[in-house]
Design a protein around this ligand. Structure first.
Ligand code: GLC
Length: 557
């Protein structure tokens, strides 16, 4: 296409969204100058976009349902855990093909301070890759290599906060007025105290409270997550604009899916719980339009780890869509609940609810991820069935701790809140399913049951509507990693138990027929299986067959 044709195409997209975008921007910011700047920058990012990405834009615009085709299998991973660095990931793409993976989520890889990183979710520079992992050029090489293999790449966009080491935060701390407006500063505890009355805590044990006092400046800063993660002030149009430029920067680096991290938290209002407020949706809607104008092949994946009624609104409406994809968090937690209680009723109810949702909704289904499992279950229903929230949570946690008679699981509590009695849970899928215990006890019968559980959960995930997302290591039954306890920067955060390094010697195990890893990788249900084993190997390779089976309502497994 010639430059004129491309420009025409851009103008058409721009025209399509201009009125609504301007309307929403002015509603939130009432600042025409900043809106104009945003529009100018959007065109600049479009003009700089590589030809091959523009081709992808055209192809996906012509086939907007491209990610709803039932042929996507995802895997999420920490770059360093998987292959040390980005070049390492590039060299392992064949392994991912063997896993049938064609959607790769690379966990946070941008510059972050050592020891104050929250696993990379405290970004100190949105334009720079962590030096140990490589450079921006390496990232672009990886995305291009993935695209050559028809693999899409997802990356985290941590938009709620920056690291206290980000240049904006440092300049704010140094007293530069302009940068102080990027965050929330308070001279005393009066207003923070008012917020604390209505805002729950994200990390009640590891990082209590929503504010951090900085003695060197004698002020409080809003920090909903860890104290070193400063909440950005989206009331400031400069913050919105700059973050949009960061988002477009990654779109232009070849990222296909932008995971908008902790998005429900981005708008704060005194007297509320500061979650899912209407302005959050306005901002996401603006992001969607900005993407559709500049880089329509790029998808927004919302990280909305909330109760179901709060999740679906992030899809927006047919006329005014917001996110393209969301996580199916309730099903994930309910699945584990089923394992612990051996009661399928709640899962059945959850499946019925999902089946009633518009077919256009695309969920990312998963069993485990890098975070803890919060027991966000349907308690009103459980209560009807005689189960109260607190003892129920206590039971599930005890079960997965291995503290209940008959339990096979191993793992650890996360952020056990002494006040509410609440606690979340950490562990790998294999350890929670009993593989670790069985291997330790060298008990073959237990091991077969444990493998069956791992496979059952995965097989179930593959039948769910949406995109299945594996957590790297689960495909070979990676076990809990307790070495985080020796690291002073990690010891307080039990999520590191399931963030161990991928052990490549497992490839040798995969060659040994009958090893635990081989049985899991190849989907070998055993004779102890409670569900009817497929005559073929029930591996990821036959997921298409499973899908067809589900579509035809021959729900056989
Ligand atoms: C998201 C991430 C989590 C992180 C938090 C703060 O929930 O998944 O790991 O701690 O955001 O950025």
């Amino acid at each position: 296409m010639t430059k004129e044709m491309l420009d025409k195409e851009y103008q058409e997209r721009f025209k399509k969204h201009y009125d609504e975008l301007k309307w929403l921007y002015m509603e939130v910011y009432d600042n025409m100058e900043m809106f104009q700047e945003l529009c100018d920058q959007m065109y600049k990012f479009y003009a700089e976009r590589k030809a091959y990405l523009k081709d992808l834009d055209h192809a996906r615009e012509a086939n907007p349902e491209w990610f709803k085709q039932n042929d996507m299998v995802g895997m999420m991973m920490y770059v360093d855990n998987f292959a040390d660095n980005l070049q390492g990931v590039k060299s392992k793409l064949d392994y991912l093909k063997d896993c049938q993976v064609n959607y790769l989520h690379l966990m946070p890889l941008l510059e972050t301070p050592k020891g104050r990183s929250d696993g990379g979710y405290a970004v100190a520079n949105f334009r720079k890759v962590q030096p140990e992992l490589g450079t921006m050029d390496d990232l672009e090489e990886v995305t291009a290599a993935c695209h050559e293999r028809n693999m899409s790449v997802c990356m985290d966009f941590v938009m709620n906060h920056t690291s206290e080491d980000h240049e904006w935060a440092m300049r704010a701390k140094a007293g530069e007025e302009e940068y102080r407006d990027y965050y929330f500063f308070f001279d005393n505890y009066d207003i923070p105290a008012q917020y604390e009355r209505t805002v729950p805590q994200v990390f009640p044990t590891t990082a209590p409270g929503n504010f951090t006092y900085y003695p060197e400046i004698g002020q409080y800063v809003m920090t909903s997550f860890y104290p070193y993660q400063w909440d950005l002030n989206y009331r400031n149009p400069r913050v919105f604009n700059e973050m949009m430029y960061n988002y477009l920067f990654f779109a232009n680096a070849g990222i296909d899916v932008i995971r908008i991290d902790a998005v429900p938290y981005i708008w704060k209002e005194l007297g509320t719980d500061c979650r899912n407020l209407p302005k959050v949706h306005t901002i996401v809607r603006m992001m969607r339009m900005i993407g559709e104008i500049v880089c329509p092949s790029v998808l927004l994946l919302g990280e909305v780890v909330m109760e179901p009624s709060k999740v679906a609104p992030y899809f927006g409406t047919v006329e005014k869509p917001e996110c393209h994809m969301l996580y199916n968090v309730t099903t994930m937690a309910t699945m584990w609940n089923t394992l612990a209680t051996r009661d399928t009723r709640l899962l059945k109810k959850q499946m019925d609810i999902l089946a009633g949702l518009p077919k256009d909704y695309v969920f990312l289904n998963y069993i485990r991820c890098h975070d803890d499992i919060g027991w966000g279950l349907d308690y009103p229903t459980l209560r009807m069935w005689g189960m109260e929230e607190r003892p129920h949570k206590q039971y599930i946690n005890d079960f997965f701790l291995g503290a209940v008679e008959g339990s096979y699981s191993r793992g650890e509590l996360y952020n056990a809140d002494p006040v509410t009695g609440d606690a979340r849970f950490c562990g790998t899928a294999a350890s929670m399913c009993g593989v670790e215990k069985a291997l330790d006890e060298k008990d073959e019968e237990q091991l077969q049951h444990a493998i069956n559980r791992v496979l059952t959960l995965h097989a179930f995930m593959f039948t769910e509507s949406g995109i299945p997302l594996l957590y790297s290591g689960d495909e070979v039954g990676q076990l809990n990693d307790y070495t985080y306890k020796d690291d002073v920067n990690k010891v307080e955060d039990s999520r590191y138990i399931h963030r161990g390094k991928f052990d490549w010697s497992v490839l040798e195990e995969l060659k040994k027929e009958g090893s635990a890893a081989e049985r899991i990788f190849n989907g070998q249900f055993s004779r102890y299986s409670l569900i009817k084993p497929d005559p073929d190997k029930l591996s990821y390779l036959i997921r298409r067959k499973l899908r067809v089976t589900v579509k035809n309502n021959l729900y056989t497994f």
